[in-house]
Ligand binder design. Structure first.
Ligand SMILES: *[C@@H]1O[C@H](CO)[C@@H](O)[C@H](O)[C@H]1NC(C)=O
Ligand SMILES: *[C@@H]1O[C@H](CO)[C@@H](O)[C@H](O)[C@H]1NC(C)=O
Ligand SMILES: *[C@@H]1O[C@H](CO)[C@@H](O)[C@H](O)[C@H]1NC(C)=O
Ligand SMILES: *[C@@H]1O[C@H](CO)[C@@H](O)[C@H](O)[C@H]1NC(C)=O
Ligand SMILES: *[C@@H]1O[C@H](CO)[C@@H](O)[C@H](O)[C@H]1NC(C)=O
Ligand SMILES: *[C@@H]1O[C@H](CO)[C@@H](O)[C@H](O)[C@H]1NC(C)=O
Ligand SMILES: *[C@@H]1O[C@H](CO)[C@@H](O)[C@H](O)[C@H]1NC(C)=O
Ligand SMILES: *[C@@H]1O[C@H](CO)[C@@H](O)[C@H](O)[C@H]1NC(C)=O
Ligand SMILES: *[C@@H]1O[C@H](CO)[C@@H](O)[C@H](O)[C@H]1NC(C)=O
Length: 537
């Protein structure tokens, strides 16, 4: 489109001055003048709501010209889901305030005279992914797998067994399975070897979901309540004036209603989850844009303090995965694996994001709503969030058009110059040589929620990527003072290193549930956790 336009202008100019000045009709406009994403509700749904693309910096998602992806590592959060039991309980509690006024509610709350909740705290489906609707979790995971087959399918040789890695939480394992089915289609059962790691402290460092029960230090976050200073509270501890206003507004319009500022974020939480489950929610219209911005900020602050840059456990928690990814990329696709698909939780991704540094914001102020922060929880870990590391091999000759086309459209061009080879004898490199295999034409690129992220510390490579050797140095620097074992009090008997990407199972015995999933059997405990080990996967 852009180039047609320039050709038209050039043509007009040879035809004479008048023609060149004549505006030509173009519908739609070649470049929209509207940026409706400045108010797209999906940017206000926090970690609770449907996946949406991260707002990027304008760099092409496809490999830069002359580069091909020859290895990819991904950490994917489970997809859209029902609220956990504690959250559903809190919503139920906030809704009780309407018991006496139901049938008489007006204005923004009129819908509530008829609205029926989509889940209750004691329902069996609590905490599970949603299966139907526009923002269904299963749909999201399958869709991502199918899309990634077109993007990364050249990394599978069409026959080798591919291990996939997931934590044992039911909804996380389901996301991995749906993604795998989307990616491998008919071949899922034959080639995927799903590896499932229980979410227990006994796994030590050898897990995607390390446990780090250390006291929180939220002093720097000016946490207002004593309990919330050391413990992870169920809800963010701050109360903003925006919520007082909302309560006042709704109480004033509805005689007999007595909402408090604390009720407001609970009620607002219903909307993102209802989108996950039903695909739309009348609760969206019950609050103003400013109130939604405050809600989003509240949860950004929550993650900033308890699972991000201000959490004392973050660096330790993120170090294992970042280090392992660096080691895999230095080994390269032939000596490790071309694709490393991993599945876990939002709070396993935020520590890695913290270590990478691009979303940290030293001026972040959790005590009052501010705008323009780099730390925006909805851009970082919506449901279905995924952090992707691409290893790029770049040609010296940057004008190699065909190579570039082949990497952008792997299904239309023969991209066999990227050789998917699968070593069956890959070994854990050990302490001696994490940077084995340095190569000057190899770069690393980070993509979060489909937006390319230039690393602040290193982005001078093609497409704002970072040379692998520099990336390795960056990782060394980021984790050099980090001691996961000591910080997180890992017991002597638990693994102290992350070896799971080198000593995995190659059987397909866990590719499917072998018994009814807990939702059908009603086996969840009050935290939405499977209540017995057998139901873990
Ligand atoms: C993959 O599936 C196709 C059918 O779609 C089949 O022909 C092929 O043999 C399968 N490959 C493997 C490795 O199972
Ligand atoms: C590997 O397979 C064994 C035997 O089936 C099983 O006990 C173990 O849980 C599996 N490990 C993973 C990580 O899936
Ligand atoms: C908690 O954080 C504050 C502010 O960063 C710091 O001054 C204090 O030493 C920390 N306390 C502990 C116990 O780490
Ligand atoms: C509303 O709730 C507040 C706090 O729960 C209470 O102090 C106040 O008396 C209540 N007002 C009415 C009209 O019920
Ligand atoms: C792609 O190229 C390779 C090497 O030149 C060749 O062996 C292979 O048959 C080609 N594949 C297709 C689908 O044309
Ligand atoms: C891929 O294999 C072909 C044919 O065996 C070889 O010419 C080419 O150098 C290999 N490419 C890479 C990137 O290893
Ligand atoms: C795997 O075995 C092959 C053949 O023996 C060898 O060439 C290769 O270096 C081995 N790879 C690793 C990572 O040990
Ligand atoms: C990084 O990984 C290597 C494995 O090659 C391991 O030896 C080393 O201890 C790890 N470093 C940290 C800080 O975890
Ligand atoms: C560390 O864990 C051990 C048990 O493995 C426990 O006895 C000890 O109290 C813990 N230390 C801290 C500081 O939490």
């Amino acid at each position: 489109m852009k180039f047609d336009l320039l050709a038209t202008i050039a043509l007009a100019s040879v035809m004479g001055v008048d023609a060149a000045q004549e505006p030509f009709y173009s519908n739609p406009k070649p470049y929209s003048q509207d940026f409706t994403d400045n108010y797209n509700f999906l940017k206000y749904t926090t970690w609770m709501g449907p996946w949406s693309q991260r707002r990027g910096v304008g760099i092409n998602r496809d490999p830069p010209k002359g580069c091909k992806v020859d290895q990819v590592a991904m950490m994917h959060r489970h997809a859209e889901r029902y609220p956990a039991s504690y959250a559903a309980k809190n919503m139920d509690k906030a809704l009780q305030k309407f018991d006496d006024v139901k049938g008489k509610l007006k204005d923004d709350l009129e819908f509530l005279n008829y609205w029926v909740p989509f889940v209750h705290a004691d329902d069996g489906i609590i905490g599970q992914e949603s299966m139907y609707g526009a923002y269904s979790g299963w749909l999201d995971a399958y869709h991502r797998g199918a899309l990634y087959r077109t993007r990364y399918g050249h990394l599978w040789d069409g026959q080798s067994t591919v291990p996939m890695f997931t934590s044992g939480f039911e909804r996380v394992a389901q996301t991995a399975r749906k993604f795998g089915q989307g990616f491998f289609g008919f071949n899922y059962t034959d080639v995927v070897a799903l590896n499932i790691y229980p979410e227990t402290a006994e796994q030590g460092a050898n897990t995607l979901t390390a446990v780090c029960n250390i006291p929180n230090n939220a002093t720097a976050c000016e946490v207002p309540t004593e309990d919330a200073k050391t413990e992870w509270p169920e809800d963010p501890p701050w109360v903003y004036p925006e919520f007082e206003q909302a309560a006042k507004r709704l109480n004033k319009a509805n005689k007999g209603l007595n909402l408090t500022a604390e009720d407001i974020p609970q009620l607002m939480s219903i909307a993102p989850f209802e989108l996950n489950v039903r695909g739309s929610s009348p609760w969206v219209g019950a609050f103003t844009a400013e109130e939604w911005a405050a809600f989003e900020y509240l949860h950004s602050a929550f993650y900033y303090c308890y699972a991000g840059p201000e959490a004392p456990s973050s660096l330790a928690l993120g170090s294992n995965y970042l280090n392992a990814t660096r080691v895999l990329f230095n080994q390269g696709p032939q000596d490790s694996m071309p694709m490393i698909w991993s599945f876990a939780h939002d709070t396993d991704i935020t520590p890695v994001v913290t270590l990478l540094g691009f979303a940290n914001d030293e001026k972040f102020d959790p005590t009052k709503v501010s705008y323009g922060s780099r730390w925006d929880v909805t851009d970082i870990v919506p449901e279905g969030a995924h952090l992707v590391f691409e290893r790029l091999v770049c040609e010296d000759d940057e004008d190699d058009e065909l190579a570039s086309l082949a990497s952008e459209y792997p299904s239309s061009f023969n991209a066999s110059s990227v050789n998917a080879t699968y070593a069956t004898n890959a070994t854990y490199p050990g302490a001696s040589n994490p940077n084995k295999g340095k190569n000057e034409n190899i770069y690393v690129r980070i993509v979060l929620n489909e937006a390319v992220v230039p690393l602040p510390a290193c982005n001078s490579g093609p497409g704002k990527s970072c040379k692998l050797s520099d990336f390795s140095e960056f990782v060394d620097g980021a984790i050099k003072d980090v001691d996961f074992v000591k910080t997180c009090n890992v017991s002597d008997s638990a693994p102290h290193t992350m070896t799971m990407f080198w000593d995995y199972n190659t059987t397909n015995s866990l590719d499917y549930n072998s018994y009814p999933i807990p939702y059908q059997a009603g086996l969840l405990d009050s935290d939405g956790q499977p209540s017995d080990d057998k139901s873990d996967y």
